[in-house]
Design a protein around this ligand. Structure first.
Ligand code: ATP
Length: 352
């Protein structure tokens, strides 16, 4: 287990800044996901942690030791990429044992550890098979096992599940989490998939355009997004954001949403705001203060997603499939609990 400290870490490629002034501490044994859209600087950060790329400025420390200039082989990191690097002419067993043999681990110990990791990753039935010809799902599982078996102090995974199919991804999310619990390694996981980050990570570092926007537990970033980007990026669908005007009155504050109505909010400040609420926090209510028209009804098994419109406003509501919903083109009245409302400054896009 190793603590990773990134201080004022940055990387430029010519005039282009791929990562700007990152300050992030990843605790010993912690599982942190670097989450953001393509090109936001996740892999650049990861490659600097691994020692494959030098920072333009700033520092990376492992347990207080400055890693700048220390080669990858001396950092004690295991790295799994999106494109698994497996020796296809070898058996699954030999692939798993490769790193342990290279370290000079004895035969009995190697057999025990290969057996354990194969069991954990459900590779036991194919231990004697050649890797060539195995499915993408199994090869990716093998790539993870091959890195994990040497029990590196730091385990880095860069989009390890993006090539595998959806059903297998769900299985692997659970397996990776239990793998990390078992070994208590410090784990850094790069993904653009908020569901992967939400389900596995102890904390999520949300990035965009080379900047770290927010770091928090999955529930912190879900419930208290620092800005509108995080609000939209976390959640599926993301948070609704409607432009409105906050007005004070004798009976408290309300946000005036024009064609969509008014909603009371527990706040102090007046003026233009972005009124944020999660689609899951919409309560159908015939006497509710908000009203929008149903543009589309999307039924996805246990849930129904209503696509709503009112003047310029667009929003989504996620309801239980048992809940009766109006037809397309009909009005939909609803309420949002004032404590669930999040307000953002429309200029800076930061949370108020
Ligand atoms: P993806 O998932 O698409 O890889 P990412 O968030 O991991 O996205 P990075 O790979 O870190 O993003 O890249 C960040 C930005 O830096 C991108 O715009 C990319 O084009 C640029 N970049 C990365 N490596 C280089 C390089 N060697 N030379 C020039 N630009 C680079």
């Amino acid at each position: 287990m190793t603590e990773i400290v990134m201080q004022n870490l940055g990387r430029d490629f010519g005039d282009f800044t791929a990562l700007a002034d990152m300050d992030l501490t990843i605790g010993s044994g912690e599982f942190v996901a670097l989450l953001g859209p393509s090109g936001c600087g996740k892999s650049t950060t990861m490659n600097m942690i691994a020692g494959m790329l030098d920072p333009s400025h700033g520092e990376i420390r492992f347990d207080g030791r400055n890693m700048n200039g220390v080669p990858m082989a001396k950092r004690g990191v295991g790295f799994v990429f999106q494109n698994y690097a497996i020796f296809t002419h070898m058996t699954v067993r030999d692939n798993l044992a490769y790193g342990l043999r290279a370290q000079g681990v004895g035969r009995a110990e190697t057999d025990r550890r290969v057996g354990d990791i194969a069991e954990l990753l459900q590779l036991t039935p194919m231990l004697e098979r050649k890797a060539a010809g195995l499915s993408v799902n199994i090869l990716q599982r093998l790539a993870i096992g091959r890195s994990a078996v040497v029990e590196p102090a730091i385990f880095l995974l860069d989009e390890p599940l993006s090539n595998v199919d959806a059903a297998f991804r769900a299985v692997m999310r659970a397996e990776l989490k239990s793998l990390q619990r078992q070994f208590r390694q410090t784990m850094v996981y790069v993904t653009h998939d908020q569901l992967e980050a939400m389900t596995m990570a102890d904390r999520i570092a949300v990035m965009d355009h080379g900047k770290l926007l927010q770091v928090g537990t999955p529930l912190e970033v879900y419930n208290h997004p620092a800005d509108t980007f995080v609000a939209r990026f976390i959640g599926a669908p993301g948070m609704n954001l409607l432009r409105g005007t906050l007005r004070g009155g004798d009976t408290g504050h309300t946000v005036d949403l024009g064609a969509a109505g008014h909603c009371p909010v527990p706040t102090r400040q007046g003026g233009e705001v972005l009124f944020g609420f999660r689609p899951e926090q919409v309560h159908p209510d015939a006497a509710g203060p908000l009203q929008m028209t149903v543009a589309t009804v999307e039924r996805i098994g246990a849930r129904t997603i209503l696509h709503l419109a009112a003047g310029e406003h667009r929003a989504k509501a996620v309801l239980d499939s048992e809940t009766p919903v109006p037809d397309q083109g009909e009005p939909f009245r609803f309420a949002v609990t004032p404590d669930d409302v999040r307000l953002f400054d429309p200029e800076t896009e930061r949370a108020i």
